[in-house]
Design a protein around this ligand. Structure first.
Ligand code: ZN
Length: 403
């Protein structure tokens, strides 16, 4: 598993590469797995070079050839690929054309060899690495409804919703009590079979990625269902626990995850929620230990006074250094948009340095041994962090005066 900061950085880099467009088919993506010999790659590139000399458009030909040359020049520094292999993204971009050349050493080994020349970079294989591997199955059941879903990272997904025809507790007039009970049991058995079949199908599809199954619902029905032979033995083995929830519809899925929090302590989503709860509790107590907002958090962090910093992954902010070419005015600031006009002469300023704010905080946190957490917006707590606290918050090690 990748840690969240690595993942975040990797994701941002891929987004950047993905947004680049070439004028024509002239951007090269080259995937080299760890076991590929550099000399083989060189031979292949020589072939591609020869073929590309036939490209009709002069400009495109020139661009493709210089991209291949650039890759070959860089490859000469390698005796063999790095442990996880490497990926080249190289091409001439923009007007006037400027060479973009990125060598990425992926956080996990790549297993394909691939050369592609296209009007955009081919990033899908790397994006796949970012997909969450750990999945939990969620199942809610009572005698009326059954909802099946998944917990993927911090995201809860609905997969199926079924309703039953099991009669209610009260019998209609005319039927004998015993006959009514027998009919109800038959209907319940059919209902459980139907729900079990759907759950087996959906859960087994996930194979080894399915790390566990949480079962919930009000009252004793869920236990009756699990104890009966409705679930496949491979699914039964993965049941983490049975939990009481008030709802058995889609809303209950999140309730189920929360109810299972103690059994899933190692999951990121649970850690995030706990941390945010602690923060909100400090706010409520007015203990002076909870702080938020870009400026305040940065100040406390740089004083070494911060125990934890929490930052929303939805934050789109940059720390930039910008200079006005006209009057020389310079700003160092945190901004949301990168088109900045000079406050003095109103002309567009040139960005000389740019850093993603999440990146900036990750580095600061490391420097001051502060716990650093990137928090997604998928949970209620994550949404609160983003909306109510501007996406940046922290818990202090000790109370500060005058902050
Ligand atoms: Zn200016």
């Amino acid at each position: 598993m990748l840690d969240k900061t690595t993942k975040y950085r990797f994701k941002k880099k891929l987004e950047e590469l993905k947004s680049i467009r070439g004028q024509h088919t002239e951007l090269i993506s080259l995937y080299i797995p760890p076991n590929r010999r550099i000399s083989d790659v060189m031979n292949h590139l020589r072939d591609e070079y020869a073929q590309s000399s036939n490209i009709k458009s002069k400009q495109t030909r020139k661009n493709v050839l210089s991209a291949i040359e650039s890759i070959m020049a860089r490859l000469r520094y390698f005796k063999e690929p790095p442990p996880n292999g490497m990926v080249f993204f190289v091409g001439m971009v923009g007007e006037p054309p400027k060479l973009v050349a990125e060598i990425i050493e992926p956080p996990m080994p790549i297993n394909i060899y691939l050369y592609r020349c296209d009007s955009q970079f081919y990033t899908e294989p790397l994006e796949k690495m970012l997909e969450e591997k750990d999945i939990y199955g969620l199942l809610l059941i009572d005698r009326r409804e059954c909802t099946i879903g998944f917990l993927i990272g911090s995201r809860v997904e609905l997969a199926a919703y079924l309703t039953s025809r099991v009669p209610g507790k009260h019998k209609k007039g005319g039927q004998s009590q015993r006959r009514f009970e027998r009919l109800t049991e038959i209907a319940a058995h059919e209902w459980f079979s139907k729900a079990g079949e759907k759950a087996n199908q959906l859960f087994l599809e996930k194979g080894d990625s399915l790390k566990g199954v949480l079962v919930g619902g009000p009252g004793p029905t869920k236990r009756e269902f699990v104890n009966g032979n409705y679930l496949d033995y491979r699914i039964k083995k993965k049941i983490v626990g049975l939990y009481d929830t008030g709802y058995t519809d889609e809303y209950g899925l999140r309730e189920l995850v929360n109810a299972a929090a103690n059994d899933l302590e190692e999951l990121d989503v649970i850690k995030e929620q706990k941390l945010m709860k602690r923060f909100l509790n400090e706010i409520k107590k007015d203990s002076g230990l909870a702080i938020y907002g870009e400026e305040e958090v940065r100040k406390a962090l740089e004083m070494g006074a911060l125990e934890v910093v929490m930052i929303s992954d939805a934050l789109q902010k940059f720390k930039v250094k910008a200079v006005c070419k006209n009057c020389g005015y310079e700003i160092n600031d945190v901004v949301e948009k990168l088109d900045i006009n000079c406050p003095k002469c109103q002309l567009p300023m040139e960005i000389v340095e740019k850093k993603d704010i999440v990146e900036e905080y990750a580095e600061l946190a490391e420097k001051y041994s502060t716990q650093f957490e990137i928090i997604g917006r998928e949970t209620e707590e994550g949404e609160i962090l983003y909306k109510a606290f501007g996406g940046i918050a922290g818990i202090l090690r000790y109370k500060l005066n005058g902050l």
